[in-house]
Design a binder for this molecule. Structure first.
Ligand SMILES: [Zn+2]
Ligand SMILES: [Zn+2]
Length: 96
């Protein structure tokens, strides 16, 4: 006797908004989101994991230029951030 439902039958095929890969949302998952009043996920499990990681990882590094000497540096601030960013050299000179 096999009472286990085939999960693919009750699953919904969704196209991921991140990588455009198709993934399945199984019935149990849908029921879970419905119970929580949440919409079905729009990202595949891979992209969701990646997004979670990037949200947790606040020490993300960006390439930008020193606002003083225009040397290329790696900063934790985005290039479009409003902060004035100096390279280490200029930073110490600025302090001194
Ligand atoms: Zn994806
Ligand atoms: Zn500099």
């Amino acid at each position: 006797m096999n009472t286990t439902a085939n999960p693919t039958i009750e699953s919904e095929k969704v196209t991921c908004k991140g990588c455009e890969k198709e993934f399945l949302i199984i019935q149990a998952e849908k029921a879970f989101y419905k119970k929580k009043g949440l919409p079905n996920p729009e990202l595949c499990p891979d992209c969701r994991r990646q997004r979670r990681l990037s949200l947790r990882n606040e020490r993300k590094l960006f390439k930008r230029t020193c606002d003083k000497c225009r040397k290329e540096i790696i900063s934790t601030y985005r290039a479009e951030s409003p902060f004035v960013i100096y390279c280490q050299e200029c930073f110490w000179k600025h302090l001194g």
